[in-house]
Ligand binder design. Structure first.
Ligand SMILES: Cc1ncc(COP(=O)(O)O)c(C=O)c1O
Length: 368
């Protein structure tokens, strides 16, 4: 029998394990608390909602393909040249554009053991090879990353802080990483959670981008700005990288509602500060209270925390996930991140946070 011919994707495409988003449903539960995708419990700025609604009046018009208003707003807030900013449909799109532009068959891109899953997906999608650098204590290890560099390395992806571990690399370590990389390797600093970090030795990477030729920084509107539904991210990079990405991105890759809402959100400093303070308070509280229950929590600087469970039957991460889900508390299983004994929890509202601690206490069979 003759084998039927049919279109074939490039080999890397079929090697991808598709990304599985955080659950959003808990059948049977009366009220749902979605703590599985690191969304903000405060929602977006009211000014962003107003700007979003206003775009409804002109859905027949294409958006401004250069997102000029948005890039100008980002430039004002961070003191950056708007010409060196690219906006994307989520930072996911920007990560994929980087892979499209800089990776091809035979190339390698490095990420760390528990690094964000979009990095290997984007790498394989370009028919390049994802190379994993070991972490130390769930934290990026600069020496391991540098040791993984070969003449085929084209890109290094570093989430800082990292998802799902919540750990970060202090800025002198990021500088050391950059100093050790060949000049033709692109260092991608993915700072999706930068706004939450309260550490003197942390920087998102703006200065390194400004002063070098091979570093880009990606940011998102999905987390502290509460605009995940609109899909919006931005990148600050050297002019030559911005030029390359602008050539391959869709001419209208960011929609009008995202442009308007994003520009309003980023200039609402008060709303951002409220979200930061809420996170600071409840991240510390959750870390302490969950720790008191006897569960190990990886110290986090982001808006989520990684909770480790014992392998003992009756107390495993899988069983805890089921137990919490029945009560409408949806956390994130992180098996795909090679963390089968852990669950990731986004910092939620006070009500959600207290309910999770109480439910975990019940699960473990002790009083809260
Ligand atoms: C480290 C990291 N980078 C990027 C993203 C993607 O964000 P966006 O919604 O902007 O595509 C996420 C989302 O979870 C993330 O955790």
């Amino acid at each position: 029998m003759s084998v039927r011919k049919r279109p074939q994707p490039r080999p890397g495409v079929l090697a991808i394990d598709p990304y599985v988003p955080g659950k959003s449903a808990a059948p049977g539960a009366e009220k749902i608390f979605k703590l599985s995708s690191n969304e903000t419990p405060l929602g977006p700025s009211p000014k962003a909602i107003e700007a979003f609604q206003a775009t409804g009046a002109h859905l027949e018009d294409y958006p401004d393909g250069s997102a000029a208003v948005l890039r100008a707003a980002i430039g004002r807030v961070y003191g950056l040249d708007p010409a060196r900013i690219v906006c994307g449909s989520g930072s996911d799109e920007l990560l994929n554009l980087i892979a499209d532009a800089y990776l091809g068959p035979g190339d390698e891109a490095i990420h760390t053991t528990h690094g964000f899953l979009v990095y290997p997906i984007a790498t394989l999608g370009s028919d390049a090879k994802p190379v994993v650098a070991a972490e130390k204590d769930f934290t990026a290890d600069v020496d391991a990353i540098l040791a993984a560099v070969t003449p085929r390395t084209k890109v290094v992806f570093l989430a800082n802080p990292n998802n799902p571990t919540g750990t970060y690399a202090p800025f002198d370590e990021v500088r050391r990483l950059h100093a050790g990389l060949p000049e033709d390797v692109l260092l991608v600093l993915d700072a999706a959670y930068a706004e939450y970090v309260r550490r003197n030795d942390y920087e998102s990477g703006i200065e390194l981008v400004a002063t070098t030729d091979n570093v880009v920084m990606c940011r998102t509107f999905s987390k502290i700005h509460g605009l995940a539904a609109l899909r919006l991210g931005w990148l600050y990079g050297p002019a030559h990288v911005v030029d390359a990405l602008n050539r391959i991105r869709g001419p209208f890759n960011v929609n009008a509602a995202a442009i308007a809402a994003g520009a309003a959100a980023i200039e609402d400093a008060e709303h951002v500060e409220r979200a930061r303070q809420h996170n600071e308070r409840w991240l510390a509280w959750l870390t302490e209270e969950i720790g008191k229950l006897g569960l190990r929590v990886t110290p986090s600087v982001a808006n989520f925390l990684l909770i480790h469970f014992p392998a003992t039957a009756g107390r495993t991460a899988r069983e805890a996930d089921e137990f919490l889900s029945r009560r409408g508390l949806i956390l994130r299983a992180v098996n795909a991140y090679k963390l089968p004994n852990a669950l990731r929890m986004s910092v939620g509202t006070e009500e959600a946070n207290r309910l999770v601690v109480a439910a975990l206490a019940e699960f473990l069979g002790r009083a809260a």
